[in-house]
Design a protein around this ligand. Structure first.
Ligand code: B12
Ligand code: SF4
Length: 497
């Protein structure tokens, strides 16, 4: 949405709301729209939240404000949002595919009251969308944007955290893309179909310039900023990635960053060194399964489970850790898959494991395969969204079993005992690193066990009081030692007559 905002023709104002960061009821949202005099609402949604998007859109359209929906889901099934499949209509217009060039037209058409139902990028003679080249890339005015709703520090902790110093009153993780597209074509993935298998990159200069502006803002506001490079596979072209990371280092544009990189691309030691030197802290790795047969089934056998441990060791040696993502309910999964996976994970340097279930998103090769085989239990699962309940029958276990395996994996991975073990495994690392690891663990637990209020947070803190207390004590001692050394040094430098 930051990108679309900066592509908006002049003369229009765009207000941004992130439904995850600033939750509102439908009534509150409608009231907000009316109070602000908003004349067009744009909604971006993935399949997972499309039912909510439709509900919200219905409420907004009821008060006469037109709605346009964009993003992967409506691109795959546009007739649904437009009510052309026999169901109710939820949107006045849909934006198909990458909307960099169509969004300005949508805004102008809406301003004239002439919104069309479908906006599609120009295409070539074979009907393939012409994709934005990303060169030049629009300037996102990070230095001026109001990022308040996007701070990751829960409101309840902000006053306390800001007193700690070091700019910890706010912490923004800012999404930046350096390129689009992934040619790998994993069976369950929307990306290859949506962004195409041709990869496009911004210039190094434009990425570096954006990082420098962000860094300057963080310095000015004495806040903490990290970047999430949202490319699907940041190292998809290793030569180009290395050149980008070298340019970031040369320009001193390092900020702490996170990115998604597949395990097969992390064999290269020089790449890992550049990741570390350019500020890389966490790498999200779609490991999916520890079973090579599963990997072959979903067309992802370029990623080798046998290599995962070594990849994580290599990263950990440079203080880079991994968010390791696993999928249960794959065709070769049997009862006990969670324990087998946990056993492997716990033999690796500690990271942040996340567990999902194989989900047939519309228009993916997986969806087509399961549909043909008559295995879709809920063909339109997104309309009756049920978190962590599979929409198709796995081959070697039941839907209920896949759920309980997932539940077990989350419960064990973020239990107070496992948190303590993970901290023990990195006890020789610097204190700041260990604190950030524990904080990340407490947050990641919330992906599966939502921590939505102060009470939930307090309960979690109580459960993990021992490591929290020990790390706080050690941190306070380090801070005291640092202050004493600093005072001694400045006394030594006092000029004498
Ligand atoms: C970043 C990201 C996240 C972040 C989001 C954080 C953030 N604040 O940005 C996090 C990590 C939270 C996340 C989580 C998930 N994600 Co995600 N994520 C992405 C990722 C990598 C980048 C999104 C992005 O910004 N792309 C760049 C922009 C430019 O592209 P875009 O968003 O598609 O927008 C363009 C068009 O779609 C269109 N458009 C989009 N919205 C709108 C709105 C309007 C009004 C208009 C006109 C146009 C328009 O215009 C834009 C410019 O061209 C994508 C993959 C990808 N490359 O897109 C996956 C992706 C979107 N995620 C996906 C999934 C499945 C998930 C999860 C469900 C994973 C899980 N199992 O838990 C969760 C769900 C989160 C939730 N809230 O429920 C799938 C969605 C598939 C689908 N059909 O829905 C994707 C496509 C990845 C994949 N491998 O298939 N995700
Ligand atoms: S490597 Fe990642 S982004 Fe590329 S197709 Fe596979 S899952 Fe999708």
């Amino acid at each position: 949405m930051f990108l679309l905002q900066s592509l908006t023709p002049s003369g229009h104002q765009v207000l941004l709301l992130d439904g995850n960061a600033r939750a509102m009821t439908d009534d509150e949202l409608v009231q907000y729209i009316q109070d602000e005099g908003i004349e067009l609402v744009g909604i971006g949604a993935m399949t997972r939240m499309i039912a909510k998007a439709y509900r919200v859109a219905d409420a907004i359209r009821k008060v006469g404000v037109p709605v346009v929906i964009g993003g992967p889901h409506v691109t795959e099934v546009p007739a649904e949002a437009l009510g052309q499949d026999g169901g109710p209509r939820h949107a006045d217009a849909v934006a198909l595919g990458e909307a960099d060039e169509t969004w300005p037209l949508i805004v102008e058409d809406a301003a004239r009251g002439e919104l069309k139902p479908i906006y599609q990028p120009a295409h070539d003679s074979k009907g393939v969308d012409l994709k934005p080249t990303l060169q030049p890339y629009p300037e996102i005015p990070w230095e001026r944007l109001d990022l308040d709703q996007f701070s990751l520090i829960p409101k309840v902790f902000r006053p306390f955290m800001s007193k700690l110093g070091g700019g910890w009153g706010t912490f923004h993780v800012v999404p930046i893309e350096t390129g689009r597209g992934c040619p790998y074509g994993c069976e369950f993935c929307t990306v290859t179909g949506f962004f195409g298998d041709s990869i496009r990159f911004r210039t190094n200069e434009s990425v570096v310039e954006e990082l420098l502006r962000l860094k300057a803002r963080a310095k000015r506001e004495r806040g903490q900023i990290a970047v999430f490079f949202i490319d699907d596979n940041l190292a998809i072209n290793i030569k180009r990635t290395k050149s980008l990371l070298r340019d970031i280092i040369a320009a001193k544009a390092q900020v702490p960053w996170i990115a998604q990189i597949s395990a097969n691309l992390l064999r290269d030691q020089e790449l890992i060194d550049l990741i570390a030197d350019s500020g890389g802290k966490w790498v999200f790795i779609g490991m999916e399964s520890i079973d090579p047969a599963n990997m072959a089934d979903v067309n992802k056998n370029f990623s080798k489970p046998g290599e995962y441990g070594a990849v994580l060791q290599r990263l950990a040696a440079r203080n880079i850790y991994a968010i390791t993502s696993f999928i249960f309910g794959m065709d070769n999964d049997t009862e006990g898959v969670a324990d087998r996976t946990l056993q492997e994970i716990e033999s690796w340097p500690p990271g942040l494991p996340v567990f999902g279930q194989l989900t047939p998103f519309p228009s993916t090769p997986l969806y087509t395969r399961l549909e043909k085989a008559g295995r879709l239990a809920r063909p339109k699962h997104w309309l009756d969204f049920a978190p962590f309940i599979m929409a198709h029958d796995p081959l070697k276990m039941t839907i209920a079993k896949a759920r309980s395996e997932t539940d077990h994996a989350w419960s064990r991975s973020y239990s107070p005992e496992r948190n303590a073990e993970a901290l023990e495994a990195i006890k020789d690392e610097p204190i700041m690193y260990r604190i950030s690891h524990l904080v990340a663990r407490l947050f990641f637990r919330g992906i599966y066990f939502p921590q939505l209020n102060t009470r939930a947070w307090l309960r979690l803190i109580a459960q993990n009081r021992r490591p929290i207390f020990n790390l706080s004590l050690e941190g306070a001692r380090e801070l005291f030692k640092y202050r004493v050394t600093k005072t001694k040094r400045s006394l030594r430098n006092v000029p004498t007559t």
